[in-house]
Each structure stands twice: as structure tokens, then as C-alpha cells.
Design a protein around this ligand. Structure first.
Ligand SMILES: Cc1cc2nc3c(=O)[nH]c(=O)nc-3n(C[C@H](O)[C@H](O)[C@H](O)COP(=O)(O)OP(=O)(O)OC[C@H]3O[C@@H](n4cnc5c(N)ncnc54)[C@H](O)[C@@H]3O)c2cc1C
Length: 425
């Protein structure tokens, strides 16, 4: 448990670094001893957030050893996990008891606690973010209490604390509402932008999941749909190129020679072939993301998403923005979690990625005003420039959340400088 040394810590993309004292407790009792002992503590999951949420030079507690399934309810398809469980591990454990998550995002490397605390989501107009499938959690608070929070106990903390960025305390155990395991059929093809503008509004209701990836200089986008199926497993065909290798290579080439960008992006038609794959949901949702990047993502009111996307494409193209990575466009259903970016609002989610070796500020500064113009709310785990003053106007329950946070943590044990700027300045 002990660690007197301050060591270098970095998030996944390498954009956030600090020198905390890191602890890896194996038991909740030990976790409690650590949080009792130190005045300033942050908790970290897999460190996959792009923003400085977990960055600290004080104490950082990793929940890597607080993992695994505690129990499950076969009749109601519910389960309870330690919050440090990684999503890939959780998927495997759920499969043994014929359960699966309702939805997942692009990767499954995150910890359950980290994914929940930031409102991590996939795509699907009928499917809310992962936090909305939490039916209860145990919270270690600043005064050392372990609170059971659910729709009948500590109801306000439950309502707000499912997306609280670790500002209420440490979620130690999380209960989830799942469903029986299911197979999905993934279909990927190129689609002209004109077809997207014409049809995506219908497609979002016709498919369980729909999303697309748009390159600023290409006329076609990569369109991906996923639908539930009873068909037999159909393996992914080996392709002559590794997509991640191509992405890395093109990012390097366009970084060194930006003039190549339009030509390489237009070669997409050669690289992307239509494909169909059938597999279990937990195997199909996550993709490999080996090429590192930094990301900004905003959630827009669903009826303004396409307009916002169009303006972003126009501006990035006009400015000859040095970015090879595609823009990702997804749908997320509304929820009732106080600081969820999807609070009471069906949303379109738009993400801008920049290769980790390139300056992301250049691109993000161009698109952020557009996101804000369309009423966007930033993804908590991704990069944005907003502080408490601006965020307050985006969330009707902001003041209620802050009151609760102050009651739970009057001495700001859980706040690092970034969190202070985010929640209190
Ligand atoms: C390659 C990549 C792909 C991604 N794809 C998606 C995607 O498809 N959809 C999406 O929505 N997001 C996506 N993200 C963002 C990611 O899901 C979130 O940033 C998520 O928070 C990361 O989980 P983590 O375990 O790494 O959390 P961390 O980054 O380690 O922590 C995030 C926050 O959660 C808090 N926290 C962690 N554990 C607990 C706990 N037990 N109790 C209380 N608070 C806790 C931390 O204090 C911190 O504030 C992606 C990120 C990367 C790098």
C-alpha cells in the first residue's frame, strides 16, 4: 500500500503529467486509511481522460486492485462490481452469467468508476450513457463514511453522483442494470456526405447504433451501423492493410508535409471496403486505438447536431486545418443525472481528434466557439476551455450539485487545481 515516493504519472495521450504519490490499495479498508491520512486525494481509473481530472502532485489513488464482480442477480440481469474493474474484464465476467452492458463506447480499456464518473457513452438514439445504467453505488466520502446510494437511499447523492468526476468521493462498488448477452451485426461502408445529410435523421431510428467518421477533405464518410441479430458469428475478414497502421502513417506524413492531407484523405475510397461482421456485443463495440491522439468532444441538442457538424467541416476545410484524424458523429439519449452532458436532452456527440505529436490547441480553438454557439456541453473527460462560470449556464442543476459537493467535502479533499477551476471559480 505505501508509497513515499513521488513518481511521474501521465494520462493515456501523454498530454497530462504530474508527480503524485501513488497508492494501489487492495481493500476498501486500506483505501479508507489512505484517504483519512491525507488532506488532498485524487482517484484515478485507467487514466484515459484527456483533461486534467486526475492530474495531481499530491496523493493519487489507483483502483487497479479493487476489481472484479461481487455478485449478480440472474433474474433481473443486474450485477455489482468493484469500481476499479476495467470494462474489458467486466465484459468477460458478465458473459459467464449471460449478461452484457446495454451499450459501450469506442474502447473498453477504461475502469468502470472512471467511465461512470465522466458520463462515458457509445452511440444510439435510444441508449443513454453508461452512467444512466447505474442502479446504485457505494461512496467513500471525505469524512470516511461508506454511503449506499440508490433510488431509495441518499437519493440526491445518487441523482447527482453518477457523473461527479470524483468530486463527491470514491465510488468503491457499482451496481449495474444489464441485459442478456446479445449479438450485433456491424456494417461499415463509405457514404457520400450528401447522403448523410439527407438520411441520417431516419437512420438514427432504424439502427440500434449509427455513427460516422468524416475526413475534412473527403466527399465520403465512413458509416458504421450496429443492429441486434440472431445470425451466426461472422468473423472480421483479414484486410491487406492494418487500419491503425494507415492512420499512424498518414498522421505522420501529413504532420511532416501538410500539403499531402487532401490527397491522402481522398484515397479513403481505396482503403475502406464495405464489410459485415457478426459477433457478441462486448467483442464488437471496442476498437483498437493504438495511435495516440488528443480529443475535444461536445454534446449538442439533437436537432442542431448536423448543422453544427456542417459548420465545423466548413471552417476546418477553409482554414486548411492540419488534421488527418476524422471527426466522429454519434447519438446519445437523454438522462436525468444532474451534471451529465445529456441531462434532459437527446444529443448528438461530435468529437475532434488530433494526433498526439501535433498541437491540438490550434484546431480546438477553431471549433470550440462553434460548439458553444450551438449550445454544446463538453465531455468531462475530454479537452475544453470552460470554467465554472460558463458551465453553470449549461446545467439547470448546477447550484444543487455544488451545494451537495460542499456538504460532502467542505475542505475540498477531492479537488485538484483543475477541478477547482472547473467547479468552484
Ligand atoms: C482512446 C480513447 C477512446 C475513448 N472513447 C470514448 C468513447 O467512445 N466514449 C466516451 O464517452 N468517452 C471515451 N473516452 C473517454 C473516456 O471514456 C473517459 O475519459 C473515462 O473517464 C476514462 O476512464 P478512466 O478509467 O481512464 O478514468 P480516469 O481518466 O482515470 O478518471 C476519470 C475521472 O473519473 C474519476 N474516477 C475514476 N474512478 C473513480 C471512482 N471509483 N470513484 C469516483 N471517481 C472516479 C477520476 O477522479 C477522474 O475525475 C475515450 C478515451 C480514450 C483515451
Amino acid at each position: 500500500m505505501t508509497s513515499d515516493q513521488h513518481v511521474l504519472w501521465s494520462n493515456w495521450s501523454g498530454s497530462q503529467q504530474s508527480h503524485p504519490q501513488i497508492f494501489y490499495p487492495h481493500h476498501i479498508d486500506t483505501l479508507k486509511q489512505i484517504t483519512d491520512m491525507y488532506p488532498k486525494v485524487r482517484v484515478v481509473g485507467a487514466g484515459h481522460s484527456f483533461s486534467a481530472l486526475a492530474k495531481t502532485n499530491d496523493v493519487l489513488v489507483s483502483l487497479d486492485h479493487l476489481k472484479g464482480m461481487l455478485n449478480h442477480d440472474a433474474e433481473h440481469y443486474q450485477s455489482e462490481f468493484y469500481a476499479g474493474t476495467r470494462l474489458f474484464d467486466l465484459g468477460e465476467k458478465l458473459a459467464v452469467v449471460d449478461q452484457a452492458l446495454m451499450n459501450q463506447g469506442d474502447i473498453d480499456q477504461q475502469s468502470l468508476g472512471g467511465a461512470i464518473a465522466t458520463g462515458t457513452h457509445g452511440t444510439g438514439i435510444e441508449l443513454p450513457c453508461l452512467s444512466a445504467f447505474v442502479s446504485g453505488f457505494e461512496l467513500l466520502t471525505a469524512d470516511g463514511s461508506l454511503l449506499q446510494c440508490n433510488p431509495t437511499q441518499h437519493t440526491d447523492i445518487f441523482a447527482a453522483g453518477r457523473v461527479a468526476l470524483g468530486s463527491f468521493g470514491v465510488m468503491t462498488k457499482i451496481q449495474l442494470q444489464n441485459r442478456p448477452m446479445y449479438r450485433l451485426k456491424e456494417q461499415i461502408r463509405l457514404s457520400p456526405l450528401s447522403e448523410i445529410y439527407q438520411s441520417i435523421d431516419q437512420w438514427k431510428h432504424q439502427h440500434r447504433h449509427v455513427e460516422f467518421f468524416a475526413f475534412i477533405h473527403a466527399q465520403d464518410v465512413i458509416l458504421k451501423t450496429l443492429d441486434e441479430t440472431l445470425e451466426d458469428i461472422q468473423e472480421r475478414k483479414k484486410t491487406w492493410i492494418d487500419e491503425d497502421f494507415i492512420l499512424h502513417l498518414c498522421s505522420e506524413l501529413t504532420r511532416l508535409c501538410p500539403l499531402l492531407n487532401p490527397y491522402l484523405q481522398r484515397l479513403l475510397n481505396v482503403a475502406i471496403q464495405p464489410s459485415t461482421v457478426v459477433d457478441w456485443s462486448t467483442r464488437l463495440f471496442p476498437s483498437a486505438r493504438a495511435t495516440r491522439f488528443n480529443e475535444m468532444e461536445y454534446q449538442l441538442p439533437v436537432d442542431r447536431g448536423l448543422e453544427c457538424f456542417q459548420e465545423i467541416m466548413t471552417v476546418l476545410k477553409r482554414q486548411k486545418a492540419p488534421v488527418f484524424f476524422p471527426i466522429e458523429f454519434r447519438y446519445v439519449r437523454a438522462d436525468d443525472i444532474w451534471l451529465s452532458p445529456f441531462f434532459e436532452r437527446d444529443s448528438v456527440s461530435i468529437s475532434i481528434h488530433q494526433f498526439y505529436k501535433q498541437d491540438y490547441a490550434l484546431i480546438f480553438d477553431l471549433v470550440e466557439p462553434i460548439f458553444l454557439k450551438y449550445g454544446g456541453r463538453p465531455h468531462w473527460g475530454k479537452l475544453h476551455s470552460l470554467g465554472a462560470q460558463q458551465l453553470r449556464h449549461l446545467y439547470p442543476k448546477w447550484d444543487d450539485f455544488m451545494r451537495l459537493r460542499r456538504e460532502l467535502d467542505p475542505h475540498k479533499k477531492w479537488l485538484n487545481p483543475y477541478m477547482e477551476q472547473l467547479l468552484t471559480s
